[in-house]
Design a protein around this ligand. Structure first.
Ligand code: NCN
Ligand code: DMD
Length: 348
């Protein structure tokens, strides 16, 4: 991890300035393409080019179980994690459909599912069988957090070596909104009641129980809020650690990476706390319905591209945002300028 972090360069602001100036020569009132213009500038900052190639995208979905599921904090049983991994391998999940729509390379990585899920289409990099129940023990050992981060780094390295020019990171893990909420409360100091939500579908009574479980975990675990790895080790999850590594690797390889919903954003915040230069490489795909996503986005000073009322995970919201990145680069490559089209520029 340390040698990879040493490789991370801040994004190229001069390339962003050139893109900003070029945008104002295109046949549109300055700024009229709104967030698409900001996106084009960011893609230039990441690549150093005016209209970088971002295809094909590589989708990586990390799966793991959570010991805290035993506390009754999810609307679904733990077995669903492994069952959904099989669904991913068979091509039937939402992320399979959306990845096919954008011609993405898709890889599923088991970093901590309780049961064996070694089947064609699944990369097995199991660090342990589920994280510990954070209400009574640490989520993982420090060396397991490092290994899971390494699994995330390796997955992005494989995507990069396979020719992917952008990355979409997703997750699957029953009870991972509990781990993410605990991490977010620890990292930002936001009250637990403000970050907890329905997850896969808890009612309001069940959400009160979830708040109590997280408050117990925060009181009983030892961590240093200013040390992201200690928060990850005490309260996180193996797929959250792997996603953290994936964002670090995307930045090291200078690849734009689309962040998905709540869990993905907590992992992105962890990566940015480890290495602040990562933030320049992150594009936020959508705003999740999970209430904690607002606090995570605020901590990241991020504005997502879409708000579709989604709360699925898997990288689904990030994959749906990918065509907007394509539109941003196509705009830079293909639009006429005022000069080339012979159109009168703004009056002085
Ligand atoms: O991405 C999101 O914002 C999101 C919000 C709520 C739930 N999820 C997904 O639902 C699962 C976690 O929900 P839960 O209730 O089991 O903690 C996990 O597999 C996530 O991918 C995802
Ligand atoms: C069915 C199902 C699919 C999911 N995909 C991501 N998280 C999920 C949680 C459930 C319960």
């Amino acid at each position: 991890m340390h040698s990879l972090i040493a490789q991370i360069q801040p994004v190229d602001c001069a390339a962003g300035d050139r893109a900003r100036a070029y945008l104002d020569t295109l046949t549109k009132p300055p700024g009229s393409l709104g967030m698409l213009e900001q996106l084009a500038i960011q893609l230039s900052e990441i690549s150093g080019e005016r209209a970088p190639t971002i295809t094909p995208p590589g989708v990586v979905v990390f799966a793991a179980d959570h010991g805290v599921a035993a506390e009754g904090v999810s609307a679904f049983p733990q077995a669903v994690t492994a069952q959904m991994v099989a669904n991913f391998a068979n091509g039937g999940a939402a992320i399979n459909v959306f990845a096919r729509q954008v011609n993405a390379r898709l890889e599923i990585v088991d970093v901590g599912v309780v049961s064996d899920v070694d089947m064609p289409g699944v990369v097995v990099n199991k660090i342990r069988r589920a994280s510990g129940n954070i209400a009574i023990e640490n989520a993982m050992l420090p060396e397991q957090a490092q290994a899971a981060i390494g699994a995330g780094i390796n997955a992005v390295r494989r995507a990069h070596q396979a020719g992917c020019r952008s990355v979409i990171v997703g997750e699957m893990g029953i009870a991972n909104t509990t781990a993410s909420s605990a991490m977010l409360a620890a990292l930002t100091g936001t009250p637990v009641a403000q970050v907890v939500g329905a997850g896969t579908g808890l009612n309001s009574q069940q959400q009160i129980h979830k708040v109590n479980v997280i408050e117990r975990a925060l009181a009983a675990r030892h961590f240093e809020a200013s040390q992201p790895l200690s928060v990850l080790t005490a309260l996180g999850g193996l797929e959250i650690a792997a996603m953290t590594g994936a964002y670090l690797a995307a930045a090291a390889y200078r690849l734009p990476v689309i962040v998905d919903g709540f869990i993905a954003s907590v992992a992105a915040l962890t990566a940015c706390r480890i290495c602040p230069a990562v933030s320049g490489y992150l594009v936020f795909g959508h705003r999740s319905e999970e209430p904690g996503h607002g606090a995570a986005l605020e901590a990241l000073e991020a504005t997502p591209l879409l708000a579709l009322g989604m709360r699925l995970g898997e990288g689904s919201g990030a994959a749906l945002a990918f065509p907007l990145l394509q539109a941003a680069t196509a705009m830079m490559a293909e639009m006429a300028t005022f000069t080339s089209a012979g159109i009168a520029d703004k009056t002085a």
